[in-house]
Design a protein around this ligand. Structure first.
Ligand SMILES: *Cc1c(COP(=O)(O)O)cnc(C)c1O
Length: 241
């Protein structure tokens, strides 16, 4: 137990150092960067340990898994991100449980989240749910996210929904062995974000990109949030990874 808890804390500080160095290389302030600990498959205790080590943002990819962990946590001020594909029929539960949906991938889902926020999500009245649109950077057809072509219409559609607050984009490049190979995809996502912001006539400051094996390259290319699972919590069991 002790050993594990010190290791999550050690991992967190190592990741922070690496983020800081990558930010410095790109001439960016480390304070612009948010570490999102992706805690899927890990128990509530691991989340609690990361929280004790100063991590304040957490990502989960399944509504049900998160529902089962949440009651076991004491994490004031923590921000919960949904980072996995959400089925439309779970939208109202997700709107109650998460502060931000980072993996918005259809207008149908956006409409359902908007309606859920309107009709008593448990959030303070008038609060808009933060959302990021997920763009598919991996050509594999099984991967979630919108195509680049679909993005402009999606931006317009989401901006028209009064209870959602569009803040930026998220993307997951293919799992290249060499993180340098993800650089072009990260850069492309940043360009898509810039184009979307121009279209929206509003700032879309958030770029959620970069995972355990490629977050430094993502930071160099403009990520504002990196989503780290393995490097923080350890290896996930192979079958659920
Ligand atoms: C699992 C997951 C992560 C974290 O992946 P690691 O490689 O373990 O850091 C990040 N983003 C999403 C969307 C995930 O599903």
């Amino acid at each position: 137990m002790m050993r594990e808890s010190s290791s999550i804390a050690e991992n967190a500080s190592r990741i922070r150092e690496r983020i800081e160095r990558a930010a410095a290389r790109a001439g960016r302030a480390p304070s612009e960067l948010i570490l999102v600990g992706v805690s899927k498959t890990f128990p509530a205790e691991s989340i609690q340990e990361a929280y004790a080590a100063g991590v304040r943002h957490f990502g989960e990819n399944r509504v049900q898994e998160w529902e089962s962990k949440q009651p076991h946590l004491a994490t004031p001020g923590a921000v919960w991100h949904l980072v996995g594909h959400l089925q439309s029929n779970k939208a109202s539960r997700a709107a109650k449980l998460f502060h931000t949906v980072d993996s918005l991938d259809s207008l149908e889902l956006a409409r359902r989240l908007d309606r859920a926020m309107e009709s008593g999500s448990g959030h303070p009245p008038g609060l808009r749910l933060r959302v990021l649109i997920e763009v598919r950077l991996d050509p594999a057809p099984s991967k979630s996210g919108l195509s680049e072509k679909e993005l402009p219409a999606m931006v317009d559609g989401v901006l028209a929904l009064p209870h959602l607050h569009l803040r930026g984009l998220m993307g997951v490049p293919p799992p290249f062995g060499d993180p340098e190979r993800a650089r072009a995809a990260f850069r492309r996502l940043r360009e898509m974000r810039d184009a979307a912001a121009k279209r929206a006539g509003a700032a879309l400051p958030v770029l959620s990109m970069g995972m355990s094996h490629d977050f430094e390259v993502a930071v160099e290319e403009g990520a504002t949030e990196v989503r780290i699972g393995t490097a923080l919590f350890g290896a996930r069991p192979a079958k659920t990874a």
